[in-house]
Design a protein. Structure first.
Length: 575
């Protein structure tokens, strides 16, 4: 029984033989088969991961964590009574249920490395239920007296903002103006080209008037394991903040983006909720090619008899969702998560909820419309000493979509609603420069926030400033463009590699050149000429298909000649 964690050992001492236990099982082996990126990921996901490879943050497009488990091992654990719920290949584990009487057989299975208890969650981002509330607002609530004429607003940062709005923001203006979001919209940057995955407790009323232009490209219910989404007002409200569009009533931050909706939270009273839903949804979002995850959820308090997380567990490496969030960020996904609603506590303790403690993600706290921190907003530091939250946005009196009718609106409080505002700003930045990595997005938001000079555990780097962040993005883009223009010739490693039957070869030209790009077999025989032309300075990507030349599996070489430059690299075809 050495494979059982202390938590499981304690549970089985109290459990009846027929009681079903929720466990997470570490599996020893991944499949020995060679996989190609296109078998595991969408073209969009491969493209997003490639920028992480080029940045040096990821060694290759797919890594060991992406490999499926050995199918024989999965069959063996199933035979021993484990009803598999989610396959968490990033974490090297599967989650599921098993009767207490079947645990010895599962322990004896050679495929199993270790078995731990899967905590059952009672609460989400609502560490203080009174401070994450949604108030129904009838259709008759008067909109602010706004026109398309010039408006002046005073921001919480203390600057006088004069702007010409071509969009009538209605009652959503205050929550966006504090972060200078309308100024970015006026420049025509509205989130187009960005795919955002929203994790929540369900999504209802998608026929709402503010969702008429909503583009949902994928949806999945990880609680019920089906494509039909469960319904909940919380998800409807978070979607309205980021994606809604109804002139004169509600304008979302990134209303022009595309969306993938995932139900990961079971919000029914006293119903156990598994944190592995979040991790499974993160794998799904990655495979789709999502650029951003916005998650107004958090994990801290568990149903008895399961112990809750302690503040010391908010260390960036303990919680399942935290580890999944960090992996997603490493793969190029900008993860934005609510910091939590547990309020203030004296240092060194914190009131964060996972995965807000994850490194490289953006954790969001809440302020009111005048920029004062909301009393319920959770505080850091993380247990390992990092500043959290990262940034702040309006989370008090947020105007958004309701569940009651296709024209109902609500007013909501909580970091659940500041989170999608910041996620929307991240989408605006990626829309302006898709090459930004998650750490670059996080750092740009930090560097341009209201207290970037003096970050602290209560408000992080301060209130997000979308307009200033966009200017910083443009500076980064200008520097990168200038740097590329002065670069030497460069031939990049093909991707995917190994490949079957198609791969892409990329190269960089600092000046206009006569270019030759050819492919050779292991004996040095030319098998394909991909480029023979004069090309201007710039970056080029050329597809190569082994099927065209009916090539056999093996090692091949590709050579770039441009002026006096010549370089050869190796690639592997595996059929």
């Amino acid at each position: 029984m050495q494979k059982l964690s202390p938590a499981v050992l304690r549970r089985i001492e109290q459990a009846k033989d027929s009681e079903r236990l929720k466990v997470i099982v570490q599996i020893k082996r991944k499949s020995a088969r060679v996989y190609h990126p296109e078998e595991l990921l969408s073209a969009r996901a491969i493209q997003r991961r490639m920028k992480m490879v080029r940045s040096g943050a990821l060694p290759s497009v797919i890594t060991e964590e992406d490999m499926p488990f050995d199918e024989t091992d999965l069959q063996e654990v199933a035979k021993r009574g484990l009803k598999i719920r989610h396959t968490l290949k990033w974490l090297g584990a599967v989650s599921g249920e098993i009767q207490a009487r079947d645990l010895p057989a599962l322990v004896a299975c050679d495929a199993v490395r270790a078995i731990d208890e899967l905590p059952q969650h009672k609460k989400t981002d609502r560490s203080n239920l009174d401070d994450d509330r949604i108030f129904e607002s009838p259709r008759a609530v008067p909109a602010l007296e706004l026109s398309r004429a010039q408006k002046s607003e005073t921001g919480a940062i203390g600057t006088k903002l004069t702007q010409t709005n071509t969009i009538d923001y209605g009652q959503s203006l205050a929550q966006l103006a504090l972060c200078n979001i309308p100024e970015v919209h006026q420049l025509g940057i509205t989130g187009r080209g960005v795919l955002i995955a929203n994790f929540d407790a369900g999504f209802g009323n998608l026929t709402h008037e503010a969702f008429r232009t909503l583009r949902v490209v994928a949806r999945y219910d990880f609680v019920a394991n089906r494509s039909e989404l469960g319904v909940h007002s919380h998800g409807t409200a978070t979607m309205g903040v980021i994606a809604g569009y109804q002139s004169g009533r509600l304008i979302g931050v990134a209303y022009d983006a595309q969306y993938a909706l995932a139900r990961t939270e079971d919000a029914r009273s006293e119903t156990p909720i598994e944190e592995d839903n979040w991790a499974a949804a993160a794998q799904w979002a990655d495979s789709l090619g999502a650029d951003i995850i916005t998650s107004s959820l958090g994990y801290l308090d568990f149903d008895p008899p399961f112990p809750s997380y302690r503040w010391q567990d908010m260390d960036g490496r303990t919680a399942i969702s935290t580890r999944a969030a960090a992996r997603a960020a490493r793969l190029g996904i900008v993860v934005v998560n609510s910091a939590g609603n547990a309020g203030f506590v004296a240092a060194p303790a914190n009131t964060l909820s996972a995965p807000a403690d994850a490194d490289s993600i953006i954790s969001v706290g809440a302020v009111n419309s005048t920029g004062v921190r909301a009393p319920f907003s959770s505080v850091g530091l993380t247990a390992d000493g990092r500043i959290k939250p990262d940034v702040m946005a309006v989370g008090v009196g947020v105007f958004t979509t309701g569940l009651a009718t296709p024209s109902s609106y609500v007013v909501a409080n909580g970091t659940s609603f500041s989170c999608p505002i910041v996620a929307g700003v991240a989408a605006l930045l990626l829309s302006a420069n898709p090459a930004l990595t998650p750490v670059q997005v996080r750092d740009i938001l930090r560097q341009t926030a209201s207290q970037s000079h003096a970050p602290n555990r209560e408000m992080g780097w301060g209130i997000v400033n979308a307009r200033a962040a966009l200017e910083r993005v443009r500076q980064v883009l200008s520097i990168e463009t200038s740097s590329k223009a002065g670069k030497a010739f460069e031939l990049y490693q093909n991707y995917p590699n190994p490949f079957n039957p198609t791969t892409v070869i990329a190269y960089q030209l600092p000046v206009a050149s006569e270019v030759s790009l050819k492919v050779f077999d292991a004996l040095g025989r030319e098998v394909a000429t991909l480029v023979r032309a004069r090309q201007d300075a710039g970056r080029y990507s050329v597809p190569f298909s082994a099927a065209t030349s009916r090539l056999a599996s093996g090692i091949y070489f590709y050579r770039l000649q441009a002026g006096t430059f010549s370089e050869t690299k190796k690639m592997l075809l595996v059929k």
